[in-house]
Write a protein that binds this ligand. Structure first.
Ligand SMILES: Cc1cc2nc3c(=O)[nH]c(=O)nc-3n(C[C@H](O)[C@H](O)[C@H](O)COP(=O)(O)OP(=O)(O)OC[C@H]3O[C@@H](n4cnc5c(N)ncnc54)[C@H](O)[C@@H]3O)c2cc1C
Length: 641
């Protein structure tokens, strides 16, 4: 492989368990009296962005924080249900930093950077302490100490939770810190602003172009560094568990300015979501993995068995995860759980309309623990299920099915969380993350908060202390060019004058991705999907219907811009999945599987992160790699049996 095509993650040398400490010892600092002379732009105020913005401001930097929501409290993070992992070993069940590290590495099927995963496991305990100090009301045992439950891919209980509302409570903690800093004048919060381009001056990220979503005005925001904390892109599939507004625009526009996009095809499908019931459905709803602490997945043994679940006796039920993975049972990682559900449906044993679901049943636990205990643990999830379906989960089996949920892909970052564009940092789900080819449950909140509270504030200082950052004004040619490009794109969208609304194209894109770049992929399907996405993109620019204008609140214009970006990213997702000729974690290529249908990695050719540079001058996107090295454990075939 040519040396130029290799990305350097700048991981510090030495033993794994000393690397982060060594890096911190070596980092350059900005003195307390100098920090207020640096402005940092933070785009996004979900858990990653809010924690970073608050912490940077507490340190003395001037922070400007832009979000497209009307309040940081509406970020998608608020929807996180089940919990957050930390290697506290409160249960005295054998947990440790090393175990969390190994399980995360293995859960990700050895496609993550070892040094980052170790640091994440190391920092996990501090996140809980910090959140408790903020007043986050984690569930507690009768005696007062913090309670834990289990998530997939682990044999210990290390997940801290606040009923089924962990994200909401953590976000209130981070938001409280952010609001305090806003009141103190350190953070300027700019809601209803959508970042639409990155300003790069002399090769460094120096600002963004944003649209005021209420007035339609374009604004130039300049700074010494830009932090993207804009979340994941699972909504490329149209139907996903993400908040409806979550999108890829910020990271995609940064990619078009040169930021490498890593592993775009690594997408997680969550096995236990409410099945889509109609073609008009706008999103899917998650039933948290935490439910599988007490819930069991099953289908009828006999294909086509149309009896209602309560009429199917125990002996005629197949608890397929327990049968197939006896060691981990219902708590296998999500990639395995989702594919197993799909296999049941393909065998004709799916349940509900069209056989597109499997049962999730808590009746065993209700008998064992009592209904009240279950309500205490999962009350709001049960209410949500009943509200949507009309059925009471405590009186029968819930019906669930896999849906797009989380993106392990995202902008490539080095050990310091900086992209390949100096001064552009990317945190939370927006970066390509520490989760490899498959994230274990309750690890996203852990990563976003580790990034925001404990990593970025250090590494950003090192950048600011060492960089030459001459003043830049709105009249700089690069800023003017970016603003003109945004305006030209808005005008182009408004000019199309066709008949199909943006949502229609989005739904069509989702179908192509689900069919060919979903739970399973094949060469044939991926080649076809790239052609289909390209054709869809062409049709979009010929037939888009877009009411209203640019100088006003226009949600259709917002949507159209985001769909245009999904249509470009969608093709890169397929291209990435096509290039990776192996199966690993959530990336399951049907051509590469073991005799018993598990993912077959090819470590010789693909033990690397793939990071794509944007197409340029008629050249297609360029695939760079970051080789992955594993010192702590041998590259094993994952086994949860
Ligand atoms: C239903 C559900 C349940 C989950 N439960 C769990 C769980 O129990 N445990 C766990 O660990 N993980 C869970 N996850 C995953 C986890 O919630 C997310 O990965 C995490 O919250 C993402 O946080 P974030 O800060 O990176 O992004 P987000 O919370 O998505 O925040 C993005 C922010 O960026 C802003 N933004 C985006 N684009 C722009 C733009 N162009 N311009 C301006 N602002 C922009 C938004 O306004 C928002 O403020 C769950 C995910 C889902 C979908």
């Amino acid at each position: 492989m040519a040396a130029a095509s290799v990305l350097d993650p700048r991981v510090p040398g030495g033993p794994l368990d000393t690397q982060w400490q060594r890096r911190r010892d070596e980092l350059a600092l900005v003195g307390p009296t100098r920090r207020r002379f640096h402005t940092v732009l933070v785009i996004g105020a979900g858990l990653a962005g809010a924690s970073a913005a608050a912490t940077l401001s507490e340190l003395g930097y001037r922070v400007r924080c832009l979000v497209f929501h009307d309040s940081p409290r509406r970020a998608h993070s608020v929807a996180a249900q089940g919990g957050i992992n930390a290697a506290k070993n409160y249960q005295n069940d054998g947990d440790s930093v090393a175990r969390l590290f190994h399980e995360t590495l293995e859960g990700g099927d050895f496609r993550s950077r070892e040094a980052n995963v170790y640091r994440l496991a190391e920092l996990s305990a501090r996140i809980i302490d910090h959140a408790v100090a903020q007043g986050v009301p984690f569930a507690r045992e009768y005696g007062g100490h913090l309670a834990n439950r289990s998530f997939g891919g682990t044999l210990v209980s290390r997940t801290f939770y606040a009923r089924g509302q962990t994200g909401q409570q953590l976000l209130l903690g981070a938001y409280g810190a952010l609001a305090k800093e806003e009141a103190a004048g350190g953070v300027t919060l700019l809601p209803r602003r959508e970042m639409l381009d990155l300003v790069v001056v002399d090769g460094r990220a120096r600002g963004v172009i944003a649209r005021d979503l209420v007035t339609g005005a374009l604004e130039t925001h300049l700074a010494d560094a830009v932090v993207l904390a804009t979340g994941g892109y699972a909504n490329a599939y149209y139907l996903s568990t993400n908040a409806k507004a979550s999108n890829c625009t910020a990271i995609w526009r940064a990619h078009r300015r040169g930021a490498a996009f890593a592993n775009p095809g690594f997408v997680q499908f969550h096995p236990t979501c409410l099945p889509a019931t109609s073609a008009d459905q706008a999103k899917t709803t998650l039933m948290s993995e935490s439910l599988r602490n007490d819930g069991r997945l099953w289908v009828p043994i006999r294909a086509g068995d149309a009896r209602s679940p309560q009429d199917i006796p125990e002996a005629e039920r197949d608890y397929f995860l327990e049968r197939r993975y006896p060691r981990f049972g219902n708590l296998v990682p999500r990639d395995l759980g989702s594919r197993a559900c799909k296999a049941m449906m393909e065998e004709g044993r799916g349940v509900g309309p069209g056989g597109r679901a499997v049962y999730l049943d808590v009746s065993d636990a209700a008998r064992r623990l009592g209904v009240e205990v279950l309500r205490e643990r999962y009350g709001n999830l049960f209410e949500m299920y009943q509200h949507i379906t009309g059925d009471d989960p405590l009186r029968g089996s819930m019906r669930v099915a896999p849906s797009a949920h989380y993106t392990m892909g995202g902008l490539w970052v080095d050990y310091d969380l900086m992209s390949n564009i100096p001064g552009l940092f990317v945190i939370g789900e927006a970066n390509f993350s520490d989760q490899g080819a498959n994230r274990l449950g309750a690890s996203a909140l852990m990563q976003g908060l580790a990034d925001g509270y404990f990593i970025l504030p250090y590494t950003l200082a090192d950048y600011l202390a060492g960089a030459q950052l001459p003043a830049v004004t709105e009249d700089a040619p690069e800023a003017r060019e970016a603003r003109a490009a945004v305006w030209a794109r808005v005008e182009r969208l408004l000019r199309v004058g066709g008949r199909r609304p943006a949502g229609d194209f989005h739904r069509a894109l989702g179908r192509v991705l689900w069919d060919h770049c979903g739970l399973e992929r094949s060469r044939e399907g991926l080649v076809k999907s790239m052609e289909e996405v390209a054709a869809l993109r062409e049709a979009f620019w010929e037939d888009l219907a877009l009411p209203g204008g640019a100088g006003e609140l226009n949600q259709e214009l917002e949507r159209a811009g985001r769909v245009a970006d999904f249509l470009e990213l969608g093709e890169l997702m397929c291209r990435d999945a096509l290039a990776r000729e192996e199966s690993c974690g959530c990336h399951f290529r049907t051509e590469y599987q073991t005799n018993d249908g598990e993912a077959l990695r090819n470590d010789e050719r693909f033990a690397h992160v793939a990071a794509w540079l944007p197409e340029e001058g008629g050249r297609g996107p360029e695939r760079l790699v970051e080789p992955l090295h594993f010192e702590s454990m041998a590259l094993l075939e994952r086994s949860y049996k």
